[in-house]
Write a protein that binds this ligand. Structure first.
Ligand code: NAD
Length: 250
């Protein structure tokens, strides 16, 4: 394992690994979006942790909690309204355009990989997407703007035409992850010869198992994060530096 704390050296070391790789899977967490104004979950003072989470079962069972979940969501949405892809998202989009990227597996719900024109349908959003909503009954997509307008004007909770409960398309605490997304993430982890983790504390499971899977399958592994993760001890390269600084020159 090589650990580097200089972004310049980290960038050069990652460039060497990218130069010998044929298929790269990128795994991202909240740290890739902090420079875009979207706070991460675990850093000090994170607004995501101001309230105890509303679990999925409670959301289903109690309209009052659904109302509170929507109120909180709109407060958080305002915090990072208009955020644009950062240097990390744009670097990954360049690697994808060069044909290097098998998939981007992300824990993020902010939609910024797609906004950066990443690898299109090869973005696996393990924890869903908070930029729209879905009916939990029939799966129909609902846009947030009309939901918010009615919620704020009339206090109305969204309901689907089929009568189903409508919820943000991000995954709530206690809500099962999509089986298809888990399968695609596993396939991407096994298909690559270089697995690059960017901005994840790697403590949220099952997401954190994907770098382990790639490594056991023989891929080289890299972690770029500004603080250590539990996976560092087995990674081939660890860069303890800012993601944008490391990826921008690549
Ligand atoms: P996390 O908050 O647990 O970890 C983020 C890591 O990124 C931290 O270790 C932090 O030190 C590091 N980091 C922050 N900014 C960085 C930078 N500029 N350069 C290098 N490192 C940086 O996030 P996680 O592991 O993704 O897990 C949190 C969960 O919360 C996720 O599962 C996700 O669903 C959700 N979440 C998503 C978003 C988003 O969509 N942007 C934001 C917050 C939380």
């Amino acid at each position: 394992m090589t650990t580097l704390t200089s972004a310049t050296q980290g960038s050069a070391a990652l460039a060497r690994l990218l130069g010998t790789a044929t298929t790269v899977t990128v795994f991202t967490g909240a740290g890739i979006s902090t420079e875009c104004g979207v706070p991460d979950f675990r850093s000090a003072g994170s607004p995501w942790r101001q309230n105890a989470p509303i679990g999925f079962k409670d959301y289903l069972a109690d309209p009052m909690l659904r109302r509170e979940a929507w109120r909180r969501k709109f407060v958080m949405d305002d915090l990072y309204a208009g955020s644009r892809p950062g240097r990390g998202h744009r670097a990954i989009a360049r690697w994808a355009a060069a044909g290097l990227v098998h998939s981007v597996v992300t824990q993020n719900i902010d939609g910024l990989h797609a906004a950066a024109a990443g690898p299109g349908d090869r973005i696996v959003e393990l924890h869903g997407n908070g930029t729209f909503a879905r009916c939990l009954g029939c799966g129909k997509r609902h846009e947030l703007a009309p939901i918010r307008a009615r919620f704020e004007a009339e206090g109305t909770l969204p309901e689907c035409g089929c009568g189903g409960i409508v919820k943000s398309a991000s995954v709530a605490f206690g809500q099962p992850l999509d089986e298809g997304d888990l399968r695609r993430a596993a396939e991407a982890s096994l298909a690559c010869d270089l697995f690059v983790v960017l901005g994840s504390s790697l403590v949220v499971r099952p997401a954190a198992r994907f770098p382990e899977m790639a490594q056991r399958n023989g891929a080289k592994t890299v972690v770029v994060n500004r603080e250590p993760t539990p996976f560092d001890v087995v990674a081939d390269l660890v860069v303890l530096a800012d993601i944008g600084d490391v990826l921008d020159p690549l």
